[in-house]
Each structure stands twice: as structure tokens, then as C-alpha cells.
Design a protein around this ligand. Structure first.
Ligand SMILES: [Fe+2]
Length: 389
């Protein structure tokens, strides 16, 4: 019988588990290639994948956690002929089986813990941005996957030859998942307008920024599709915000401490809506790694920090502005009709040069998505590839 797992992913049967030994708190598992890892009793009990502990159809738990879980006295962990681990628990003598591939993929002992550190880039990184065929991405899942891996890891990608029709950008974004609608609409236009509601809809230069840092939840992905470009100027400028943060952490530790702890207020003060949010411009995760950049200098709202912090915050913000503007960090992009740039809007800063709106037309159409949709889509694509479908 196939050992159940608590998800719908297919895991490899090899290498099998070849040995399991117990202490009073954990089990040490060794696979056929020599890798070994410890798993606490409480963790193993919590991850029992049997039909009594989690519903097979939903893969959601019915078992409540048990911090006191321990194997029955005569129940040393055993390795089954299939290569799976089996533990019998004290009390109800419940029997839990752990698939060897699942257990290996979820080991947490030592170096296996932690998110992958992103590889950052700058203006000297070759072949930026990674570029893919837009028509292939629209129809082929292998091409889609290749693009999405780059979007996840590099955070900045280009598709060529996306048909320059009004709905093109939405069709591409929908290959990943739902589009994030905002007060700017489902799809929105970037072009010079006589009565703009945002500086983006002028022909002014825009300094490096992320979009909607004024929101409690800033969109994770941004897509910009060039429908037409006959204007002079308007070259795009892209900077890896995670590299900016790394430079600040290394060279400006005092400013970095301020930028990661002191909230900076941002506001979209438009005629029909009024969004405000206040958060440090460099957001760290629970491990202290940079999770998100929130930077949009023309959306500054009045600072509301403690009196003693005001000058420190302004000094740190000026330092970050200067680093974000460094030419050696920027990748420049000239827009052609059919080009679509997709990037991590919580990591990548984008900007543009001024352009001549009287001499030609620069018309981009864009939309937003979410990082979590990208990760979900990639997992599903991986699952299909693993199962040969
Ligand atoms: Fe923008």
C-alpha cells in the first residue's frame, strides 16, 4: 500500500529509509544515501497523514495537536519494507506511517531549515532581464514554468511578443492566478493624461519605487505591457531593492537599523480615494531576512514617529534614496511594442526617464498579481511534471 502524505504532491520512493532509532524525545532517520535527520515526537505525531488524523479529500487536519505525544514503550520506530517510517504512539497505540520522500522533503534538522536566500543583481549582471517568448508562455506550461522560476528567483523578467492588444497583459497575468484589482482598476494605463490622478500618468521622470506602498498589503507582482511606444525618452530603470537593502546593511548599519524599524507613512491622496499606511521601508521577516521593500518617494506622508526619531528617519531615508538612485545598480530597458515586464513589486524598484509626450505616444497597460499565486502556480506545475501529466 502506498504510504499516505498530508498533501497532494508526489514524492519519490527512493532513497528509502534504511534505519530509525529513538530517544525519549525524537527519532533519528537515515536514508539509503547516508543522509540522516532527527524528528521530534511532537512533530511526527502532528504530521500523521492517516485518514483518522486528516481527511483524505481535503488534506486538512481533524487531529488536534498533542505536545505530550510519545511512542509506546514497546514501540521503537520501525522501517517498513516500502522504505517508510512507522511509529506507534503510547496511550491509544495509534499507528503513524511517514512516506520516505515526504519526510525527507520536510526535514528541519540543521541546515535544511530556512527559506532560500534570493540571488540579487545589479547593473553589471549579464543578460538582464531574463527574457522569454510571450506567445509560448500563453499556450505552453513548460514555457510558463521556465518564466515563473525566473520571476520567483530573479524577481525581474521580460516577455517578448505579447500581442499588443488591450487585454494582453491580463491574459499573461491570468496564466499565474487572479489579478489583484485596486482603485486603479483591474487593468490600468500608464500614459500622459491631461488630468492625471497619479504622477505615473504624466510625462515626468519617476524615481525608483514600488507601486502601492500606501496599502496595508502591497501587491506582490506587477506586469507592464507596452502597447505602443513612439515617444522619445521614457527609458525604464529597474533596481533590485534586496541589493539596495544589502548595501545599506553592510555600509550604513545605523541607517539600516532605522529603515528596518521606524515606520514611514505613505499616502495615495487622490480625489476619490485616500489610502494611507505606515511601515518601515525595509520589512524583515521573523528570521531577520529582508522580506519586502516599500519605497515610493513621491507618496511620502507626514512622518509620525517619536520626536527623537524624526531627524534620524529623514537622514536614513535620504541615504536610501541615494543608494536606490545609484547608476551602477540600475538595469535600463527600452520599451518596444509587445514587450511585457513582470517583476516582484515587493522587491524590485522601477522608474523611468522623462519622455516627450508631444512628439509621440508612450502607452503601457499594467496590472497587479500576488507572490503567493506565483508560488502556488509553480507548485501545481511541478506536481503535474512529477506525475507526468
Ligand atoms: Fe510604478
Amino acid at each position: 500500500m502506498v504510504t499516505p502524505t498530508p498533501d497532494f504532491v508526489g514524492y519519490p520512493e527512493t532513497p528509502a529509509i534504511v534505519a530509525a532509532t529513538g530517544t525519549d524525545r525524537w527519532v533519528t532517520v537515515t536514508w539509503a544515501d547516508g543522509l540522516s535527520a532527527r524528528f521530534h515526537h511532537v512533530w511526527l505525531r502532528d504530521n500523521c497523514a492517516c485518514a483518522e488524523c486528516l481527511l483524505p479529500l481535503t488534506k486538512e487536519q481533524t487531529f488536534e495537536l498533542d505536545p505530550a505525544a510519545s511512542p509506546s514503550l514497546d514501540g521503537q520506530p520501525i522501517v517498513e519494507a516500502t522504505g517508510a517510517l512507522v511509529v506507534t504512539w503510547a496511550g491509544d497505540r495509534h499507528r503513524s506511517a511517514y512516506h520516505q520522500g515526504w519526510l525527507r522533503a520536510h526535514r528541519y534538522d540543521g541546515a535544511a531549515v530556512g527559506a532560500r536566500a534570493p540571488v540579487t543583481w545589479d547593473g553589471s549582471t549579464p543578460d538582464m532581464p531574463p527574457t522569454f517568448d510571450g506567445t509560448a508562455v500563453l499556450r505552453d506550461d513548460d514555457a510558463l514554468r521556465e518564466w515563473l522560476v525566473a520571476l520567483r528567483d530573479v524577481g525581474f523578467t521580460r516577455l517578448r511578443d505579447v500581442p499588443p492588444r488591450p487585454g494582453g497583459v491580463g491574459e499573461v497575468a491570468a496564466r499565474i492566478g487572479p489579478i489583484r484589482e485596486t482603485n486603479f482598476g483591474l487593468l490600468w494605463d500608464v500614459r500622459s493624461e491631461p488630468e492625471p490622478v497619479t504622477n505615473a500618468n504624466t510625462d515626468l521622470a519617476l524615481p525608483p519605487h514600488v507601486d502601492l506602498c500606501t496599502r496595508e498589503y502591497q501587491p506582490g507582482l506587477q506586469f507592464l505591457h507596452c502597447i505602443r511606444n513612439t515617444a522619445t525618452g521614457g527609458r525604464g530603470r529597474y533596481v533590485d531593492g534586496f541589493r539596495v537593502a544589502a548595501i545599506l546593511a553592510r555600509d550604513e548599519p545605523e541607517h539600516y537599523a532605522v529603515l528596518t524599524t521606524q515606520p514611514m507613512a505613505r499616502a495615495n491622496r487622490s480625489r476619490d480615494s485616500d489610502y494611507r499606511w505606515s511601515v518601515p521601508p525595509i520589512v524583515l521577516d521573523a528570521r531577520g531576512a529582508v522580506a519586502e521593500i516599500r519605497w515610493g518617494n513621491w507618496l511620502r506622508a507626514p512622518l509620525a514617529v517619536e520626536f527623537d526619531q524624526v531627524e534620524r528617519v529623514y537622514a536614513a531615508a535620504a541615504c536610501m534614496t541615494a543608494v536606490a538612485a545609484r547608476d551602477d545598480l540600475a538595469v535600463h530597458v527600452d520599451w518596444q511594442a509587445g514587450d511585457l515586464l513582470a517583476f516582484d513589486n515587493r522587491r524590485i524598484l522601477h522608474g523611468r526617464d522623462t519622455f516627450d509626450s508631444a512628439g509621440g505616444q508612450r502607452f503601457l497597460r499594467g496590472c497587479y498579481g500576488e507572490r503567493e499565486e506565483l508560488h502556488s502556480r509553480l507548485r501545481i506545475l511541478d506536481r503535474r511534471i512529477a506525475s507526468g501529466r
